[in-house]
Design a protein around this ligand. Sequence first.
Ligand code: PEP
Ligand code: MG
Length: 845
Amino acid sequence: MQNDPHTTLITADAPVAAETHGGRTKCLQRLVRLELPVPRTVGLSFVAVHKIARGEMPDMAFLLSPFEAGELLCVRPSSEDPDWGGPSAILNIGMNDARFVDLAERLGKEAAASLYARFVHSYAVLVARLDPDVFDVIGMEGQASLSEALRAYEEETDEPFPQDPAVQLAEVLRSMARAWEGTSARLLRQAKGAPADAGLGLVVQSMALGFGAGECGSGVIQLVDGQTGLEQLTGRYLSQSQGRDALDGGSEALFLERDPRGPSLEDLAPQAFEDLIAYATLMRTKLREEMQVEFVIEDGRVHLLDGVRVARNSRAAVRIAVRLAEDGIITRQEALMRIPPSALNELLHKQVDRTRARDVAGRGVAASPGAATGRIVFSAAEAQACAARDEACILVRRETSPEDIRGMHAAKAVLTERGGMTSHAAVIGRGIGLPCVVGASEMRFQIRKKLLTGRDGRVFKEGDVITLDGTHGEILVGEVSLLEATLDDAFKTLLSWADLERDIGIRANADTPADARTAKNFLAQGIGLCRTEHMFFEDDRLTVMREMIFAENSEDRRAALERLLPVQRADFTELFMTMAGLPVCIRLLDPPLHEFLPSDHAGHRGLAEALDLPLSEVTRRVEAMGEYNPMLGMRGVRLGIAVPEIYDMQVRAIFEASINAAKSGAPIVPEIMIPLVSAKREVELVKMRIDVVAAAVRAETGADFDYKLGVMVETPRAALRAQDIAETAVFLSFGTNDLTQMTYGLSRDDAGRFMSEYVKQGVFAEDPFHTLDVDGVGELLILGARRGRAARPDLVLSMCGEHGGNPESIAFCRAAGFDYVSCSPFRVPVARLAAAQLAIFDKLG
Ligand code: PEP
Ligand code: MG
């Protein structure tokens, strides 16, 4: 028998670690160190399990040597992070005909037969991979079930049920090791943040059976509620002594909270109950975590089988981390490090306003909380195409599989016909904070025909708008009123701690006062990008805007712009007032003008009426304004130079609004940003005109004010020439959406069509519009930052593309010495936490 370093008996000083043997193995060792009553356990390392998957078995005699002959064993998974899951535990290994005879004498035939039947069932389904339906109908109770299960096993495999405990154990180990290496298991854990090569350890443990003369039974107990994170003793205990099957997890459970139908554990075994609470409290303090304790009671004495982190949703995770820190068990920094930033998404979701009338088309299982409205799509590819067009969509599938993951990321919510709380869609949905309703079987799903039929027969087709309420499991017709996320005290406390740690600013991209309110609510430190074009799309303004675009000469243009000035000024005033003195960075008009014009015949006719022009004239002028490649055409600063009156009006509105807002609130220094710059001269020309407007406003109002002028770096040339540009601009904000488009020469509006193919074939590791391309675009950022700061050492640097809220981009910007990132308001809390974690990581070395 050889001594195998990857097969280790868990003692107080055995050489095991979470990184090599998994979290469960390490946890059991900690319980042993606390001198808690843990059955004998052997840990198999990641290396051992990986070898087993390849067919190289460990020395079974050595593995079994710590256990007594005839002892029943169980095997449980031990992944590095318990959240990454693992194959199901298998119990009662070692049950065979001989053992049945022994146990029947001690426990009675029925109880021994149940143990055996259960083992045959899990072995057949999980190890021999036989059809679960065959065994599900057999049942697992008593001698009749046992005979039937053994017969079914033999029929299905043409072999008798294996009797040698070493063979049984070897097969169990092999099946668990292989299950971990399978594709779906890998994709599922990767979706929860596990690396592709995450290892699995296994623990082989002696079974405490929970049979004997005094009080016997088994259960679980924890000190907090996993849904709310609040202090609350919860658990379940099944008493064998009370004549109930100790292994039955069904309705006869005796709850620890007093069950009106029967005595509680406290009544049945007061000492054991007291011990359990003491053990759980000790584990909370010493393991520095809320633990669920799995236990067996034999003759009134407690055995602890396992301790696992209490399963929790994100809200509970935040509250638990904050309470542990407030109780002095962990530090605030540790509390911050314990919450994955993306988990906050779940707390930030909007909810359906249930006080308003709702039109319910169907119901299913409320599998992942939050609500979203969008157009129906029936495939992951369509979802990605929608996302590329910036359109909200709801992915509707019969059920989802790993191939749908990209589509799920692209969708705002997911609806499936099949599945329950643990189906793929549900697990992934909760993992990525995506509202999800599963098992909506009362609706009819015709995926190929692209039709969804409500329970009352109403038919919805691709493109129709629905709202999905993942919190209540409802599918609602059309767009419904949604409530903003409510943030509890623990969430706010955690983020206030994050703000004390982080060393990079977080602003929000906010175009409207409503966005600004959300940003303020989430404690953004200002607005990093206000895209002003959105202000012109409202109906009353659009006509005036079109009049301005159609103006024959500068005078007519000015007249139209004069009508736009008060609305623009009112928008900015509200924005400044909402942000109450925090910096607000306003980008001057960016899109090509023809985006404001109608594109179809009816629209042209409407415009002809509104402007009192012949239809032919309108059509001709609209056509004349068309461009072959508008994203590279007359837009951004080019517009500002060719049609300077627009920027004149906008900066006047900004200055007048800042004077207005400062009268009743904090002083404001507006930041004005010029889009799509590629040459220093562009900035100089715009600055000259802004200064003229500023002087005029100062003279007219008698107010003194200042402003900051910055440039949006969206073209590779702007990054390359950042040194020149920074002579005139006091800040540079990298617009990584356009910069990615122009660096790759890849249309951001069309890339969705082939992006999945590109990622699948490994051309791109990830979609560069979602994940910053640090190699190419990143190099331009570093170069631009360095060159800009060479001209102006106090140059303020930021990123405001969609990448700004991703933890990886924040890490990049921090390392490159940026002052802040700006992201969508809902990403602000995620960004605050991610930034704090980066700073803590550095501080801890
Ligand atoms: C960008 O290009 O990165 C950007 C933020 O601007 P927009 O998305 O409006 O083009
Ligand atoms: Mg842009």
